[in-house]
Design a protein around this ligand. Structure first.
Ligand code: ADP
Length: 255
C-alpha cells in the first residue's frame, strides 16, 4: 500500500507518494493552490511517477494553506507539524528549519528527536517571503528561478530601504531607472529578504544544524547570503519545496 501527502500552498501545490517504508516513490508539483486545478494536477503527476493507481493509496493527508478545501483527504495536519516531520526525515538531526514559501516565512526549532519545540512566523506581510521575490522578478522581467544567476553577476548589493513590498517595488523601479545594474539591484532584493529572515530566526534563536525548505530554498545565491548573515551553514535538498508534502505523507503512513 501507498500513502499520499498533499501540501496545498498559496502559490504551488506539492504532492508526495511514499511506500510502506516511508520511501518517496513519486512527487508532483503544480502552480496554483486552493480552489484551482493544481491539487488534481500535482496528484496525477505524483501517481504517474510512482506508477501507482488511486485505489492503491491507503491514506491521504492534506496540509498547507488550502488544505481545508482538498476534500479527498482522510486527514489534515497543520503546516508546522508537517514541516517538522518532513525536515526531520530530509535532514536527520536538524535543529533549526527556515521555511520561506510564497506567502509566509517561518523558522522552526526541532528537538533532538525531531519534535517541534518552538517557532516564529511572518504571515502578515509579503516582505521577506517568496511573494516579494516574485514581484521583483516581475519588475526585472525574469522568472523567479533566474534571480540567483542575476545575484551571482553582481559586484555589490544596492540597498533597498523600503520594507513594504509595494514601496520596495517602486524603489527597485527607480534604482533601475537611475542606472543601477539589474544584477546589483537583484542582490539588494536578496539582502532585503535575508535581513528579514535573519531577524525572524534570531528572534527564535538559531540552534545548528540549520536547514532551509520552501520554494525560496531553491535560490542558491539567496541561501548563501543567508548563511553569511546568520553565521551557520544551511543544508538544503532538491526536495526542499516538497518538505511539507513529505511530512504529510509520513503522517498518512503513521496513521
Ligand atoms: P507555498 O507553499 O506558499 O505555495 P512554496 O514553498 O511552494 O510556497 O514556495 C513558493 C515560492 O518559492 C515562490 O513564491 C517563489 O518565490 C519561490 N520559488 C519557486 N520556485 C523557485 C525556483 N525554481 N527558484 C527560486 N525560487 C523559487
Amino acid at each position: 500500500m501507498f500513502y499520499l501527502g498533499m501540501d496545498v500552498g498559496s502559490t504551488a501545490t506539492k504532492c508526495i507518494v511514499v511506500d510502506g517504508s516511508g520511501t518517496i516513490v513519486g512527487k508532483g508539483l503544480a502552480r496554483g493552490g486552493a480552489g484551482t486545478k493544481a491539487p488534481a494536477a500535482a496528484e496525477a503527476e505524483a501517481l504517474a511517477q510512482a506508477q501507482v493507481s488511486e485505489s492503491e493509496i491507503e491514506t491521504i493527508c492534506a496540509t498547507g494553506y488550502g488544505r481545508h478545501l482538498f476534500d479527498q483527504a482522510n486527514m489534515e495536519k497543520s503546516e508546522l507539524s508537517c514541516h517538522a516531520k518532513g525536515a526531520s526525515r530530509l535532514f536527520p538531526g536538524v535543529r533549526t528549519v527556515i521555511d520561506i514559501g510564497g506567502q509566509d516565512a517561518k523558522v522552526l526549532r526541532l528537538g533532538v528527536g525531531g519534535s517541534l519545540e518552538n517557532f516564529a512566523m511572518n504571515d502578515k506581510c509579503a516582505a521577506g517571503t517568496g511573494r516579494f521575490l516574485d514581484v521583483m522578478a516581475g519588475v526585472f522581467g525574469c522568472d523567479v528561478s533566474e534571480l540567483s544567476d542575476y545575484d551571482r553577476q553582481s559586484d555589490h548589493s544596492v540597498s533597498i530601504s523600503s520594507t513594504c513590498t509595494v514601496f520596495a517595488e517602486s524603489e527597485v523601479i527607480s534604482k533601475l531607472a537611475s542606472g543601477e545594474s539589474i544584477y546589483d539591484v537583484a542582490a539588494g532584493v536578496h539582502d532585503s529578504v535575508v535581513d528579514r529572515t535573519a531577524g525572524l530566526a534570531n528572534r527564535l534563536g538559531i540552534v545548528p544544524p540549520v536547514a532551509m525548505t520552501g520554494g525560496v530554498a531553491l535560490n542558491d545565491a539567496l541561501r548563501e547570503r543567508l548563511e553569511k548573515k546568520i553565521g551557520y551553514p544551511i543544508q538544503t535538498s532538491e526536495l526542499a519545496q516538497f518538505n511539507g508534502a513529505f511530512g504529510a505523507a509520513i503522517y498518512a503512513l503513521e496513521a
